[in-house]
Design a protein around this ligand. Sequence first.
Ligand SMILES: [Fe+2]
Length: 284
Amino acid sequence: MDPRCVDYLVTEAERLAFERDGFFVLEDVLPDDLVEELIPAVDAADAEYRRAENIEPDKRTNLLDFIGKDDIFLELLDWYKTIPKVWGLMNWNINLYHSHMIVTPPAGPGKSLEQDGLGLGWHQDSGRLNMDFETDPRPMVSLKVAFFLSDASEPGRGNFTAVPGSQRSNTFPGEDRKQMPESAVQASVPKGGAVIFDRRVWHSSSNNYWDEPRRTLFYGYSYRWLRPRDDMTVGHYMDRSDPVRQQLLGASPSGGHGYTSPKPEDVPLRGWIEEHLGEEAVVR
Ligand SMILES: [Fe+2]
């Protein structure tokens, strides 16, 4: 893993924002040249998906399990500016449990925010987790890092849209799941930035009235004991990945028991943190 991780640990301000709002924005996460390399990979995967599913060019796509489709996507799994935030918020018994890619083409001529609205669909992530847990609020269990490959620094560009603080509410804090609740915001994220969000925060995709497609890559991290939320087509990456990457891709060398009671070889991330940041950095 990239040793520069130690320079990007979660800050106290980020931790407080995450606890208060359920998300925070990071700017300058991906350099321009990496973004330029990612865009054609996204477009190729998106084009193949649109062909296979017969999706029109102006419709939003949500492609699950994109991570295995191009080696470049693997680089973001343990990106040095984001993975330390993830382990800082969730501790070390984590892995990728889900990846998805949303491409929102420009709404096109004749469409406007005033006339056509934001195209909202408010939800919490993770399906049955929101029914099967009995507590209020429910536990977090997972979070997502959403990398923005296009500019969403102004509203109406397919921004990540959320109700700050709503991660503590089991019920939707609004009337209509297609409308903006009063306290909702469209997060401002520049190209190359990212949003890290609690899966419980009530959030939505939104329409894009800008002139460029909105391309976003979502990496969902959970505790290792949660089952994957997609097919996790990552077997071809295992042999060429370092031990921490293998952990993040879902490996458990000691077997199934190691997801809930990990042996040291199951969680090399713990060892990496201890080695680079000292014993006191290994929480619990
Ligand atoms: Fe979502």
